[in-house]
Design a protein around this ligand. Sequence first.
Ligand code: NDP
Ligand code: 2IT
Length: 455
Amino acid sequence: MASVYDRHVDLDGFMEGVKKRNPGQTEFIQAVQEVAQDVFDFIEDKEAYHSAQILRRIAEPDRVVSFRVCWEDDNHNIRVQRGWRVQNNNAIGPYKGGIRFHPSVTESVLKFLAFEQTFKNSLTGLPMGGGKGGSNFNPKGKSDSEVMRFCQSFMTELYRHIGPDTDVPAGDIGVGGREIGYMFGQYKRITNRWEGVLTGKALEYGGSQMRPEATGYGAVYFLRNMLKHQSKDIEGHTTVISGSGNVATHAAEKIVELGGKVLTLSDSDGFVHDPDGFSQDKIDWVKELKTKRRGRISEYCDEFKSATFHGDGARPWNVKADLALPCATQNELNEDEAKALVDNGVIAVSEGANMPTTLDGIKVFHDAHIMYGPGKAANAGGVAVSGLEMSQNAERISWNNERLGSMLTELMEGIHEKCVEYGSQGSDGYVDYVKGANIAGFKKVADAMLAFGVV
Ligand code: NDP
Ligand code: 2IT
């Protein structure tokens, strides 16, 4: 009988162990399952990876730091939140990954994100390990002063666990330029050091050109690379996009620039369908709504009469389109919604968000041979430019927008090529991008870990 120490434990046995060790952590288990099935095939005949228990070790974070975050609201109530930093793996570089502030944040969510980040960062080719952090703090409806006090309190604990050669956080859901500014200010104040400890900074204090745009633009470049591989293009195609934050609005902007038509954007209240398409002016209006006025996407319909709002948390996947870009959050596209997209003739899906499609949804895309770019490959442009921000900070220089734009384009091409190398299937040119991303991402980290021995 196979034991957990048996180097040849099968996939089911491995997943049973993951479930037993991480009870109730459904998102983390889902992310490991998606990687494990491909990696098990790949390492079948590679004894070194088995005997060193490499996958088992990558699926066990190096450490999970959990802490209390107290802050005072504007009415002088003392509020208590929970904060975490999950440092998953630093085999190929310092831990790197965003910070999420959202009421749905749990240890499971951050463990899945840190695990995914390990493979994503490896795919970029840059020297970055995988980490993720965050809190169940909800920035919605809070004043700037409340957000500042929360960020300062969060950093007052976090600062001792991070550093430019240790762990370099950035933004994610609920953490943008404002929050990075407050956290960087507090880090600098506590340590008396100006150093590149966070990325996604504003240009005035060490931020990089192209970082705000990088994730959304990168997801569209990945989409373009997938289409090109099948001799197709974005121009003239309709697109459904979920979310209306940093990733969604920049993805929409790039689709429009490349001649595509964007039909939808959304937030957690529902989605807006604009059959006339979102022009650059309309996208700018949404950016302003979301980052300055901190409003709701439904307000779009008061401003632009061509659009309709679909509430109660409705998602845009039943709207007929050629292309789909999920850019909001995890598990926002399920099996039925994947079927609806396929039935409506979708040809490609590129994930700006992390793990937005459920495992059943992914199977629908694979069975239908839809081009499907998983988040860990398609949204890697953001962390890639974060890596370039770290390089610029270390050298105390700033590169221009043009240079960073072409580096982003090249990085996304490189990631696409790696997926094709490890994910090509059969003779019809179909690429399993999930498999390609998982194996290419795994291999680099695994080989580094082998070099270190048992640590
Ligand atoms: P933002 O906070 O800027 O925007 C998030 C968007 O998603 C908002 O429209 C938000 O709506 C919506 N959303 C968040 N949670 C939910 C939910 N539970 N249900 C429905 N809608 C939701 O975040 P980003 O744009 O930065 O991040 C979006 C996704 O992209 C995330 O999955 C993130 O991990 C991923 N990502 C981000 C990167 C980055 O560089 N920022 C890099 C790589 C991936 P509402 O306003 O109602 O909350
Ligand atoms: O999921 C992600 O890749 C991010 N939120 C960006 C991480 C980063 O360090 O830029």
